[in-house]
Design a protein around this ligand. Structure first.
Ligand code: NAD
Ligand code: UFG
Length: 352
């Protein structure tokens, strides 16, 4: 059994990925500061694993800590050696992800996202662990590209959050090109993950101000927010509203398992950047209508001005994910809306 360090593993994408990895031949050290998640995720994972197979229950360990704390990360690697299961790879989710907050607090974003990654890399080098799957984002692509976005589309982030992601990719590229080591790196560039595990036991728990469309839909459907504000109805799209590539969180989790398995098997230095999206664009109104129809509910909405920094259309070309990882999305927009709403109904106050 191989041991893997999962940073930010209590978060939305991390928790779903941990669940999938735990059903494979991995032991997980899961590091999180809980700055944007809940320690209760451990109980939920345990409950789910219990339902799947009792034997999977003792295959993970949660550690509370900040990725900027080098000595703490060192301690995790040491502990893994003492426990006779040295960490062989890392999936690096930990980071801050609000575009708006990154504009108002850029130094915080550079410190956590870039600074934290440098600390992590230094310890990985110390322990000769050179396998990493990194959470990158479609937001690094230039606004001027036309969708479908392929991995060689121009990279030109237009907000500090995107800058941090592009710069971490640059750092990982420099490691890969350095002569004396054999880094194996996959940057997964996510599009718009939504939905939840079909059990309704784990899902997305947005804290603070809600920015993204799907958590907003959930709040309006619950009656906690009166109406959805749709940012613009004059975009050059099918119905005037913004088009994005929504992907089911379980499909995204599966992509991480495939990426990690790929790197673990690979013997030579590797650097791959791979889009993870469905390859289909969906407008705000199309998502809203699907949500209403599959969940038999009504979502009141109102058109307001465009949101600063938004673009009209963004969806992926996923040819590379398909050819290299044999990854293909298995769930459709209806599954995303049903599973995401089930999570919201069963957990109106999140993990509390
Ligand atoms: P999330 O906020 O749910 O998960 C991130 C986790 O990292 C949280 O549990 C948080 O507590 C933890 N964390 C933050 N700062 C930390 C620190 N300094 N030390 C330790 N832990 C820390 O977000 P998510 O949606 O699961 O995203 C995971 C990763 O994927 C992030 O790096 C994000 O930038 C990236 N990403 C997300 C999206 C998206 O739409 N959700 C899209 C593209 C990329
Ligand atoms: N939208 C609304 N009303 C809302 C929220 C969003 O109309 O209340 C619209 C937006 O204008 C956009 C679409 O819904 O057209 C999707 O917006 P999101 O905020 O959900 O997603 P974005 O594509 O803007 O950004 C998200 C993350 C970024 C990430 C990017 C690509 O916030 O961090 O996806 O992965 F980089």
């Amino acid at each position: 059994m191989k041991s893997i360090l999962i940073t930010g593993g209590a978060g939305f994408i991390g928790s779903h990925t941990c669940l999938q990895l735990l059903q494979q031949d991995y032991f997980l050290y899961i590091l999180d500061s809980y700055v944007n998640s809940s320690p209760k995720i451990a109980e939920r994972l345990d409950k789910l694993l219990c339902q799947i197979n009792q034997k999977l229950r003792d295959k993970f360990k949660f550690i509370e800590g900040d990725i900027r704390d080098e000595s703490m990360i060192d301690g995790i690697f040491k502990c893994s050696i003492n426990e006779n299961r040295p960490i062989e790879g890392v999936i690096h989710f930990a980071g801050l992800k609000s575009v708006a907050e990154s504009v108002s607090s850029p130094s915080l974003y550079w410190d956590v996202n870039v600074g934290g990654t440098i600390k992590l890399i230094r310890i990985m080098e110390k322990y000769s662990c050179r396998t990493i799957v990194f959470s990158s984002s479609a937001t690094i692509y230039s606004e001027n590209n036309r969708s479908p976005l392929s991995e060689d589309s121009e990279i030109k982030p237009y907000n500090p959050y995107g800058q941090t992601k592009a710069n971490i990719e640059n750092l990982l590229k420099d490691l890969y090109t350095s002569n004396d080591s054999c880094w194996r790196v996959i940057n997964l560039r996510y599009f718009n993950p939504i939905g939840a595990h079909p059990s309704g036991l784990i899902g997305e728990e947005p804290r603070g101000k809600i920015n993204n469309l799907f958590p907003y839909l959930n709040q309006v459907a619950s009656g906690n927010i009166k109406e959805l504000k749709i940012y613009g109805n004059d975009w050059p799209t099918i119905d005037g509203t913004g088009v994005r590539d929504y992907i089911h969180i379980m499909d995204l989790a599966d992509a991480h398992c495939l990426a990690l398995n790929y790197l673990i098997k690979e013997k030579k230095a590797t650097l791959l950047s791979i889009n993870i999206g469905t390859g289909r664009g969906t407008s705000v109104l199309q998502l809203l209508k699907t949500f209403e129809s599959v969940n038999s509910c009504k979502i009141p909405f109102r058109f307001v001005d465009r949101r600063l920094g938004d673009i009209a259309i963004s969806y992926a070309s996923n040819d590379l994910a398909s050819s290299i990882l044999s990854w293909r999305p298995k769930r459709n927009l209806s599954n995303m809306c049903i599973d995401g709403w089930r999570w919201q109904k069963l957990n109106p106050y999140g993990y509390e």
